[in-house]
Design a protein around this ligand. Sequence first.
Ligand SMILES: Cc1cc2nc3c(=O)[nH]c(=O)nc-3n(C[C@H](O)[C@H](O)[C@H](O)COP(=O)(O)OP(=O)(O)OC[C@H]3O[C@@H](n4cnc5c(N)ncnc54)[C@H](O)[C@@H]3O)c2cc1C
Length: 328
Amino acid sequence: MNNNILVFIEQRGGKILPASFQLLALANELATTAGGQAEACVLGDSVSGLTDAIAAQGAKKIYTAEAPDLGSYAAGPFTTALAAVLDAADPRTLLIPTTAMGRDLASRIAARKRAALAIDCMEVALDGNDLVVTTTMYAGKFAAKFKLCGSVLQIATVRSNAYSATDPQAGAAADIEAVSLGFTDGDNRATCTEIASTSSGVKDVTEADVVVSGGRALKSEDNFKIMHELAEVLDGAVGASRAACDAGYQPHTRQVGLTGKVVTPRLYIACGIDGAIQHLAGMRGSKVIVAVNTKADAPIFKVANYGCVIDLFTLVPLMTQELRRLQG
Ligand SMILES: Cc1cc2nc3c(=O)[nH]c(=O)nc-3n(C[C@H](O)[C@H](O)[C@H](O)COP(=O)(O)OP(=O)(O)OC[C@H]3O[C@@H](n4cnc5c(N)ncnc54)[C@H](O)[C@@H]3O)c2cc1C
């Protein structure tokens, strides 16, 4: 086992998830403390075209694993391929983005490798050889620090936007190692036969830098148009409270919260959302929170950096108009 920090680069259809690059910046930081280097691995049916972009983000060595069975995410082949990469790389630390794929893969690879695992970390540091991570508990009410100890592989999945990616260095070189794979019948008990996108190109709330979220106060799907207009001008995504999704104003894929998605954008604008604990669980890690609510004592104001006690139907179109004017 060496002191290198390995990052799992998540890609779909050749498009790399930005959170992967944020983890490469973190890996370089940790590698300085650990006395190792930041490394990356990327799995897919054809990934060799991605290595330049990964090297530009600071990976000193890149492990690639290619096979037709890795064309879309399936737990069996991905776990086996990542296990083969880990055998080749032998790092002490593995960082994985907290995504649906990352959560699934991290728990499986931890079981396969008998590794220590922490899920959905907001902060990651090293204390000697031990990974010290901060995660949230009880729907975000508490922040808990854990130390992963022992001479085993230590794995952390890290929340998107918890760290910033560095500027890409064009022409940066990395060693490339293609890992050979051997799948068995047992590796592919469930095969993905088709993926149909339901988002029609709309930005996902977990990936956007800005999330404009609406609650029950929007009253209809039609009224959400003003949220979409504001999101568009800010190049962001539209989110919603569960009440708004349950009422059919927005699809559940946009729901933020305990039973929805956890988001950590740079800017979260909550309009007509009361701030129930289950909603806060999904957005209180946002860097800057702006709340728009007619009720001055709405709980959302307790977590907001900026609060506007005003009717959202008055303020939101004005914000859009003013931003458009500023953008010329
Ligand atoms: C097990 C469980 C899981 C849950 N998971 C989630 C989850 O993942 N995500 C989630 O969001 N909720 C979740 N909930 C539901 C949660 O408890 C709340 O019921 C929900 O978040 C309320 O949504 P809301 O704030 O949009 O609606 P409301 O509580 O009805 O609040 C509407 C707010 O809009 C304000 N308002 C009204 N009119 C205007 C106006 N014109 N302009 C500005 N403000 C206005 C009101 O003052 C009020 O504060 C969960 C609940 C349970 C029990």
